[in-house]
Design a protein around this ligand. Sequence first.
Ligand code: DX5
Ligand code: ZN
Length: 218
Amino acid sequence: MTTKVAPSLLSADFGRLHEEVKRVEEHGADWIHLDVMDGHFVPAITVGPAVAGSLRPYTKLFMDAHLMVSEPEDHIEPFVEAGVDLITIQAEATAHLDRALRKIKDLGVKAGVALNPATPPGILEYIWPLLDLVLVMSVNPGAGGQKFIPEVLPKVSCIAEQVKTRQLKTEIQVDGGVNGETAKDIVRAGATVLVAGSAIFKAENGMSLIGELKKLCR
Ligand code: DX5
Ligand code: ZN
């Protein structure tokens, strides 16, 4: 099985986002990854549902919104209305993870949970049926361009094992510090979707990385 690539717009030129979307689409991107930060769960503030909705007419690609926001349950509807295909919430950001996931699913979009580097995978134990995606954060959320944390690799393997044993179709996404060097181990551990921001938008020849990452096989 080859790998899906989801460029993170966090490292794109915010002044011409729809052109950046077109550019990654032309280079074979599978998904568009939108990093939403609220200045509370993480110090930075990025974009909200208005930007997701503005981009929607420009691409047919699957759009996943990664909400790095406190109490994500209060922000689900506007992202659904904006037309995103999947909403991922941070496990650490709500006391009501099950309820928030059910809310996403009830509104007709796919649901994901993101785990910070120190968050153990056991938190998924009772919510597997609700999960279309598990996002393993391989940096601490808040900024692009950070160094990959290799200690999360056993967690990716553990989650991949669970998905296999339970015969689920849950995607395993890895986000943070993904580049041509780190991607091989990440895919070997079981990742099915790679998020990459700075390695695609800020590096020389970054666009060609999309094709290279897609070829990696589990
Ligand atoms: C981090 C974000 C990531 C980040 C990835 O908080 O969730 O999506 O932008 O950026 P790179 O690929 O530069 O680590
Ligand atoms: Zn992200």
